[in-house]
Write a protein that binds this ligand. Sequence first.
Ligand SMILES: C[S@@+](CC[C@H](N)C(=O)[O-])C[C@H]1O[C@@H](n2cnc3c(N)ncnc32)[C@H](O)[C@@H]1O
Length: 221
Amino acid sequence: MRLRRKKNRDIRFERCIDLTLEPNSELKNQFYNIFDKNKATEIEIGSGKGGFITQLAKTLPENNFISVERVKDCILMGMEKAKSAGLQNIRFLCADAEILTEILPSGCADVIYINFCDPWPKSAHAKRRLTHRRMIRHYLPLLKTGGEIRFKTDNDGLFEFSLQELSDIGFELSDITFDLHSTDTFNILTEYEKRFSQMGVKIKRLVARPTDKTYQMISKL
Ligand SMILES: C[S@@+](CC[C@H](N)C(=O)[O-])C[C@H]1O[C@@H](n2cnc3c(N)ncnc32)[C@H](O)[C@@H]1O
């Protein structure tokens, strides 16, 4: 997401510093001092302006939430939403998905959300898609046994690709819909979802659970 640099960005970031996680290897050791191990932890990767995850954190106060977003001007907007709502159960990690296994403990997440990730439509760029196996290997180890990935998109091509890719690497797929808003699935809208659904675009969604085959295939990459 391209955003103009926010005015007073660094000062505003500093005001929300208690809600941030430092993207370094120390985080692995400190993780369970920050988050209660007995509570479910849900992570959104590529959370943009943070509307979805902050609303989810309000809705499910008993769970922990982590917003991962690599663009500082975007993540700041989520941080400010959480700060003004007084949320205590969410933290913000300004980092690229590619370093997540280096900085977060294995098996720390019950759910990973991928919402409206960049579709990278050219096949030469397919490996950059967050649902490509080469990207999945950077966050799959974070999932607990029995955990799941929840994926939403407006993009037909990306959805078709993701269905094929996830099933090729052994994920068990469920809750597949080509028109999420026509179902009664519990749903919090993201900023992109609001924009695309107002334009009449149908929202696609799936849930993916890894199997032994997934772990075997990913370990060979
Ligand atoms: C198209 S926007 C969608 C934002 C939000 N999820 C929504 O639905 O409104 C995709 C976001 O993912 C972020 N992103 C893309 N690749 C990423 C990566 N490898 N690691 C972390 N964030 C990433 C981008 O910076 C951008 O903010």
